[in-house]
Design a protein around this ligand. Structure first.
Ligand code: GN1
Ligand code: MG
Length: 360
């Protein structure tokens, strides 16, 4: 049997090197395993994360801070906050002789992640969890955070990367994606809306999660309540609209991110409303009127941006996101652009739903 996790990695964290190990699927970036039922081991992607030690510094600081907040409100930090397991030598991670970077966290039992919600209530719970995450981090010293991926949600910079990939066209795929390129380029101005408002000082910079897809929340297996926000790799200064928007992109669609039958990909306003109610109730008091106004633009921007990123990666030869088939990234890009178009038609309604949630 091939070893999923090398025994020296398990030993480094004080685990039995014979522990049963299974793959945890879901993420597009890191390799994730469950060891002995109780520990989650992750091999960080060194191409995406050239400074994994910065991630661990951020993660230790943020989880420590959040644990205190949860304790103060009478919660259970062991269940609600990720817990980093140090190596036997007390390090935050194990670096193998080959330079592989491994970290370990405690598995949260009787909890699971979902790609799409089973019900609007689940999405409302996701909104509450990410809203609360943001509210709890409002007092975190943002300047102490490493910027893990510079310009992560800078949509104009993502457009620049798309243009660069298109002009280099290293795999000769550009001719195939003319419609998608036209779609993206036609939206160049709109892509700069949020970064423009930030630059003008009209939107505040907050500490945000930046990868708020549904599957980055663990739900209690019995109650379906949101238990814990996971995947803290991209916690960095950002806009409230990023966290709101990325959840809508992934949660308010009726289909998976890589569904190829676009007739199944529907932006569902009922799901959008459910998430909005949860998010605004939990984070709302801290949000400025301009932030509330631009939440729907965040949904548009995050959906458009990741579509641009998938398209860029397709042109570059699939070097960033994990793919399981030829054209996987192109399928994802088409899927996201399909949602973008629907959001554009429903922008007004999306704004009304935010205003209603803020008033209730
Ligand atoms: C990646 O790591 P994972 O799979 O949760 C990506 C996100 C994208 C997402 C699309 C560090 O998230 O930005 O929105 O895929 N993370 C990074 O599913 O690039
Ligand atoms: Mg991630």
């Amino acid at each position: 049997m091939s070893q999923l996790v090398p025994p020296q990695v398990l030993s480094a964290f004080g685990l039995d090197p014979q522990s049963p190990v299974q793959v945890l699927h879901g993420g597009h970036i890191n390799d994730t395993y469950l060891a002995g039922g109780k520990f989650v081991l992750q091999k960080l992607n060194r191409f995406v994360f050239p400074h994994p030690e910065h991630i661990m510094e951020n993660m230790l600081g943020v989880t420590q801070f959040l644990r205190e907040k949860v304790l103060a409100r009478g919660g259970d930090p062991d269940r609600e906050i990720l817990q980093v397991v140090p190596t036997g030598e007390g390090g935050a991670a194990y670096v193998s002789p080959e330079g592989e970077y491994w970290r370990c966290t405690r598995n949260i039992e009787k909890a699971a992640s979902y790609e799409t919600p089973d019900s609007p209530q689940m999405l409302q719970e996701a909104g509450r969890a990410f809203g609360e995450f943001q509210a709890m981090l409002a007092g975190y010293p943002a300047a102490s955070l490493h910027e893990i991926i510079p310009n992560f949600h800078n949509t104009p910079a993502r457009m620049e990367q798309l243009r660069a990939a298109a002009s280099a066209d290293p795999k000769g795929r550009l001719a195939q994606v003319k419609a998608e390129m036209d779609f993206a380029l036609a939206r160049t101005d709109r892509a700069g809306l949020l970064t423009g408002l930030l630059a003008k000082g009209e939107l505040p910079l907050r500490v945000t999660h930046n990868d708020t897809k549904m599957s980055n929340i663990l739900f209690d297996a019995d109650t379906k309540k949101a238990v814990c926000v996971i995947d803290l790799d991209t916690v960095m200064p950002g806009l409230a609209a990023f966290d709101f928007g990325d959840s809508i992109r992934a949660g308010a669609s009726t289909a998976a991110e890589d569904e190829t039958d676009l007739s199944k990909v529907r932006f569902d306003l009922g799901l959008y409303q459910a998430y909005t109610q949860g998010f605004v109730a939990a984070a709302g008091a801290a949000l400025t009127p301009a932030e509330l106004d631009t939440l729907p633009d965040g949904a548009w921007a995050m959906t458009f941006e990741v579509g641009v990123r998938f398209l860029t990666d397709y042109l570059n030869g699939d070097v960033y996101f994990r793919t399981a088939r030829a054209q996987h990234n192109l399928d994802r890009a088409r899927n996201q652009f399909c949602l973008v178009e629907q959001m554009e038609r429903q922008r007004e309604e999306m704004g009304r739903i935010v205003r209603e949630a803020a008033q209730s």
